[in-house]
Design a protein around this ligand. Structure first.
Ligand SMILES: C[S@@+](CC[C@H](N)C(=O)[O-])C[C@H]1O[C@@H](n2cnc3c(N)ncnc32)[C@H](O)[C@@H]1O
Length: 444
């Protein structure tokens, strides 16, 4: 057992190592590390290949959080975790479009002026902004004068990351008590029905989340914009650079949404013929999206938008690659059916790529017969094996799936077991820093 002081020294060394790895990524992009106060986009912000930076940040966040929790009094840390005023403050600034109001004022606006634009009482507005600025979102450039910065620009209404933030802020607080209510009351407690998901009970809606969105079309389109934001946040485009697409000529994007994966894929690899499959509503939105953003791909027949249901036989057969990032929306029985339908559409050389968060256990005693190339990397000791805070979004997403759909993110073993049931064998694991790409082939 290493001493507490020795662990602290190792954590400091890991922080040092991870910081230098992150700085090296800024160096590679050819510009200095930007100040948090900056409102100029940094070249690295627009990069679609962020997995090296994400791996450094995973280590850094894990080590920083563990170091603080080790050294701070436990009551200090636990109240920091539970007394969270972020939700109401962020909701207010997004709804009032404060980042939009500050956009034309790089030197900042006094709250007396800002309050006239966003319609919030100035003294209250200043207090809300001060909470957020304390966490580096907005800056107080002078007394009661606030300006946008690198983080607050993410909340501008034109940025799809703000749609994602808004979706989280609208839906998650509704289940603050509904999760416990559901878990503590039968028959909901042990139900895997989507209609019994805590959010559906909190919304008092008789149906599942997708039905609810159909009934609220304005929520459906903001969900699709939030998915674009989600793909940015997850670094989904890393897969475009880290996976070898040379041999892929045909691809079916299963549960494609409007195509937040397929559109950048098509731009980067125009030789790939893509078929996007989704329900009629999202395919309708996809038609508008592609017609506006990338019409030539449709005109040239490089992209087909197919209305379909992945619970029925998939009509797009024998593609080089089937790609999906929606298995996590479904409980095991439904997920098995989706995988079976994909498997039946696959030819003998097709591959299935599941791109998602993969849940890692925190213990270090996991024994597996799989070759190391088919396992996930564990974090260096004394970090938690799953990188702790560095991977917390995977676990948040797991709970989001539970709350919204009674579904789940899965461990490597859990996905492999589901796939094996559909006659699929894991034959590749690609760690992208936040998400993981799992490659399957048909069992012989
Ligand atoms: C988590 S979203 C992912 C969207 C998209 N892949 C992306 O990254 O933006 C899941 C998608 O599955 C679609 N979906 C839900 N049920 C479906 C079904 N039965 N058949 C086909 N698609 C479905 C939803 O409409 C939604 O677009």
């Amino acid at each position: 057992m290493t001493s507490g002081k020795a662990q602290v020294e190792t954590l400091l060394a890991l922080i040092n190592q991870a910081t230098h790895q992150a700085v090296a990524e800024y160096d590679k992009a050819g510009a200095d590390v930007p100040s948090l106060d900056s409102v100029e986009p940094h070249p690295l912000d627009g990069s679609n290949d962020t997995s090296t930076l994400k791996k450094a940040i995973r280590l850094l966040e894990g080590a920083c959080e563990q170091l603080c929790a080790t050294l701070a009094p436990p009551h200090h840390t636990i109240i920091n975790r539970t007394q969270n005023c972020d939700w109401p403050c962020f909701t207010t600034v997004i709804e009032a479009r404060v980042a939009d109001a500050l956009a034309g004022h790089p030197a900042g606006l006094h709250v007396a002026e800002l309050s006239k634009v966003v319609n919030i009482e100035p003294k209250k507005l200043a207090r809300i902004l001060r909470v957020l600025a304390t966490k580096h979102c907005f800056t107080e450039v002078d007394r009661d004068v606030f300006a946008n910065n690198r983080l607050s620009l993410m909340l501008h209404s034109a940025n799809p990351v703000s749609d994602l933030a808004s979706m989280q802020l609208t839906l998650l607080p509704k289940v603050t008590t509904a999760l416990w209510d559901t878990l503590s009351q039968e028959p909901h407690a042990t139900s895997n029905e989507r209609t019994d998901a805590p959010l559906m009970r909190a919304l008092q809606y008789d149906g599942d989340f997708f039905d609810w969105m159909k009934a609220h079309p304005e929520k459906g389109s903001s969900f699709q914009r939030a998915m674009v934001g989600m793909n940015i946040v997850m670094g989904s485009n890393d897969v475009l650079y880290q996976y070898n697409w040379d041999n892929c000529k045909t691809l079916c994007d299963v549960g494609s949404g409007v195509g937040s994966f397929s559109m950048p894929l098509s731009r980067l690899y125009p030789h790939i013929h893509i078929s996007m499959i989704d329900l009629p509503g999202p395919i309708g939105q996809a038609k508008q999206f592609w017609t506006r953003e990338y019409p030539e791909a449709i005109v040239e027949g490089r992209v087909k938008l197919v209305e379909g249901d992945f619970f029925k036989p998939i009509t797009v057969k024998d593609q080089d690659i089937y790609y999906g990032n929606c298995v996590h929306n479904w409980a095991d029985g439904d997920a098995r059916l989706i995988l079976k339908n994909i498997r039946e559409a696959m030819g003998k050389n097709s591959r299935l790529l599941i791109h998602d968060y993969v849940i890692q256990h925190l213990n270090r005693t996991q024994v597996t017969d799989a070759p190391t190339s088919l396992q996930l990397d564990a974090a260096p000791a004394p970090l938690l094996a799953n990188f702790g805070m560095g991977s917390v979004r995977a676990h948040y997403q797991d709970i989001t799936m539970l709350i919204t759909y009674n579904a789940r993110e899965r461990s490597l073993n859990e996905v492999s077991d589901l796939a094996a049931n559909g006659d699929l064998v894991l034959d590749g694991v690609l760690d992208l820093g936040e998400t993981t790409l799992l490659q399957f082939r048909a069992a012989q």
